[in-house]
Design a protein around this ligand. Structure first.
Ligand SMILES: Cc1cc2nc3c(=O)[nH]c(=O)nc-3n(C[C@H](O)[C@H](O)[C@H](O)COP(=O)(O)OP(=O)(O)OC[C@H]3O[C@@H](n4cnc5c(N)ncnc54)[C@H](O)[C@@H]3O)c2cc1C
Length: 293
């Protein structure tokens, strides 16, 4: 069957084309995931809606003190990783983008495509959720914002409506005391997707006690996993190996991991117990000897 490439000049036009063609059309951004799916005949759309002809500001990275960072959906991952504002104000995010695949993929793949692909084994979603990020989605007539925590719904499934285009990733201004870290654990090549990824964002008061903690574990289930009752164990506490291990154990108990080529469910469960405490240690100043580390 023929494959026609449609070249809208605005996001609204791209969204209208999605609405018109429904399941017969696929949006293409960097094409790194989509072209593989086409080649492997996993999808056979009649039309590709290219975002590359859209004139709207999908390639901008903007930062406003107070409101935070806006990364256009078409920004290549490699550009986000190197951008001075991202590196200075959101170092954990810059580091995470740097850990995606290899440099060739990162110059082609886009920040928006990485979210909309919703592959369970992607790196940025966990850290974006830990940082409280949202995405902006635009339909033919209206636009809305969706917290990333609600955006990922299942394996390769998102909250994006069939006529919407993801236009921006919005990351709030980090409070001055926020420290974040992403720990990527791979089991095959260093360029591979994660077997387990752990993102941590923590705030502590002047006495060193946790006032807020978010721990997001990626690549172990259909969507990035948070366990609020385990995060709550930290509130009012000072960092310690006992606390970190209790949080790691609680995550391992609560998550029912998947089996895939990067690790069995059994292995992933044990690695969650090891990696959550390590990621927690990375956001605290204390030198902590972790059990089994
Ligand atoms: C060899 C290889 C290694 C990789 N390793 C990693 C890794 O280690 N970590 C990691 O996180 N990722 C990894 N990836 C995934 C890579 O990050 C994704 O392929 C990429 O982010 C998808 O971006 P894209 O712009 O190429 O999207 P595309 O391939 O163009 O599109 C992907 C999907 O999103 C849809 N889409 C894209 N943009 C939009 C939009 N703005 N609005 C609505 N729908 C949209 C498309 O219709 C399609 O369904 C790897 C990919 C490859 C090929």
């Amino acid at each position: 069957m023929d494959l026609d490439i449609l070249t809208p000049s605005s996001v609204a036009e791209a969204a209208a084309l999605r609405a018109e063609h429904g399941e017969d059309a696929k949006v293409i951004a960097g094409g790194t995931a989509l072209v593989l799916m086409l080649r492997n005949r996993l999808i056979a759309p009649r039309y590709l809606i290219s975002l590359n002809t859209v004139e709207d500001s999908l390639r901008d990275i903007r930062y406003e003190p107070g409101s935070g960072l806006r990364i256009g959906a078409l920004v290549p991952i490699a550009r986000a990783e190197r951008h001075p504002v991202v590196r200075e104000r959101y170092p954990a995010l810059a580091e995470t983008y740097h850990k995606v695949a290899n440099i060739r993929v990162r110059w082609a793949a886009t920040v928006g495509g990485n979210c909309t692909e919703a592959d369970y084994a992607s790196d940025p979603p966990a850290v974006l959720i830990a940082l409280g990020a949202r995405v902006r989605a635009q339909g033919p007539r209206t636009a809305r914002e969706i917290p990333l925590e609600e955006f990922f719904q299942d394996f390769y499934a998102t909250a994006l409506a069939p006529d919407e285009i993801l236009t921006e990733v919005l990351v709030p201004e980090p409070p001055p005391d926020l420290r974040a870290h992403y720990l990527k654990f791979v089991t095959r090549s260093s360029e591979d997707r994660p077997c387990v990824g752990v993102a941590v964002a923590a705030r502590r008061d002047a006495g060193g006690r946790f006032t807020d903690l978010r721990v997001v574990v990626g690549a172990v289930a259909g969507t990035p996993q948070r366990v609020p009752e385990a995060e709550a164990l930290a509130r009012g506490e000072r960092p310690s190996p006992t606390l970190f291990q209790a949080i790691g154990d609680a995550y391992a108990r609560a998550i029912d991991p998947i089996d895939d080529i990067r690790g069995s469910a059994w292995y992933r469960q044990r690695m969650i117990r090891v990696l959550v405490p390590r990621a927690l240690a990375a956001v605290t100043d204390e030198v902590i000897k972790l059990q089994g580390a």
